[in-house]
Design a protein around this ligand. Structure first.
Ligand SMILES: Nc1ncnc2c1ncn2[C@@H]1O[C@H](COP(=O)(O)OP(=O)(O)OP(=O)(O)O)[C@@H](O)[C@H]1O
Ligand SMILES: [Mg+2]
Length: 303
């Protein structure tokens, strides 16, 4: 993981100007609400996530950097133009979408983005079936993401078909948009590590346009247990310690089988949600239930 700033030195960057608001009333309303959130609040949300220590450090670093750039502007010091397009590499369920959403809120709280929302798309949302269709489709998504983050999952699928594929047309539109709107749009390309590296290698022009690269590691079993506990708490459920042991066994089993990296936090979420349904089946015929019984997940709910 690294963080480069080959950012262009320029007198006053677009960020020096007052925050842009979109003409539409609705958008202004969203941005007003978002702006009341303070960067510290967003960082608190970030720190509430389990593990991800390197990712957290990097996000804090970006946050501090952006805030100091803005303060330098205020006293007319030279600032670097912020280019915050990013590459996220990691297996499914490692928190990429979650972090992207937090980044959006963070940049909005600092006034870098006017809305801070996240538009998550994949190849099918960007690429059309006939000539000209792709450019139109991609531009539509860029428009929706303006003021926020355009997050492209499995971005390498845009290059899959080679030169003749319409995916290439989409990449061209994206490259232009990230230049034209760099002051109010952040583009994040995400996907498996190896595929993303292949994609960037085969499109050398792209590589230099993304100053921030973040690698999302797989979670350890212990981290997944903590994530599961947190997910249950958020839903007002609680595991008995025997249930925690049962969940731990399932996770270790999955890890041995080798299909654990395919799920990560998503795997835990599915297991938790299934346990909640099983608890419901276990309890539904009972006439009297205490508050405690309604909250408890037992080991058999996992088995
Ligand atoms: N570190 C974490 N702490 C707590 N919850 C987490 C953490 N990481 C992920 N989650 C939760 O796990 C689920 C999956 O995470 P997320 O959607 O961000 O993963 P992803 O990397 O985008 O996966 P995919 O590639 O499959 O889209 C979400 O419900 C998210 O809230
Ligand atoms: Mg995702």
């Amino acid at each position: 993981m690294y963080f480069r700033f080959p950012l262009r030195i320029g007198g006053s960057s677009p960020q020096a100007q007052p925050l842009r608001t979109t003409p539409k009333q609705k958008n202004r309303k969203i941005s007003d609400e978002r702006q009341q959130i303070k960067p510290e609040q967003v960082l608190e949300e970030l720190n509430g996530l389990i593990g991800l220590s390197e990712v957290k450090n990097l996000v804090s670093e970006i946050s501090a950097y952006v805030q100091i750039q803005r303060r330098r502007e205020r006293v007319s010091l030279r600032t670097e133009q912020l280019v915050l397009h990013m590459i996220f590499k990691g297996n499914p369920g490692t928190g990429k979408t979650t972090i992207a959403r937090i980044m959006g809120k963070l940049f909005c709280s600092m006034g870098v983005l006017s809305r801070g929302h996240l538009i998550e798309v994949e190849r099918a949302d960007l690429v059309g079936e006939y000539i000209g269709h792709t450019a139109h489709k991609t531009r539509e998504q860029v428009k929706k993401a303006m003021g926020g983050i355009l997050f492209i999952d499995e971005a390498y699928s845009l290059a899959r078909g080679g030169e003749k594929d319409f995916g290439k047309e989409s990449i061209d539109v994206l490259v232009k948009a990230m230049e034209d709107h760099k002051d109010n749009l952040v583009l994040i390309l995400a996907g498996y590590k190896r595929e993303m590296e292949w994609f960037l290698r085969s499109n050398p022009g792209l590589y230099s346009r993304f100053p921030v690269h973040i690698t999302f590691p797989d979670y350890s079993v212990d981290e997944l247990l903590q994530i599961g506990t947190l997910m249950l708490k958020q839903r007002q459920y609680r595991m008995l310690s025997e249930a925690r042991t049962a969940l731990c066994k399932i996770l270790e089993e999955k890890k041995r089988e080798g299909n654990y990296n395919e799920g990560n936090a998503r795997l835990v979420r599915n297991l938790i949600e299934r346990a909640i349904r099983r608890q419901a089946v276990r309890l539904v015929k009972r006439r009297r239930l205490t508050r405690e019984e309604l909250m408890i997940i037992r080991p058999e709910d996992f088995e």
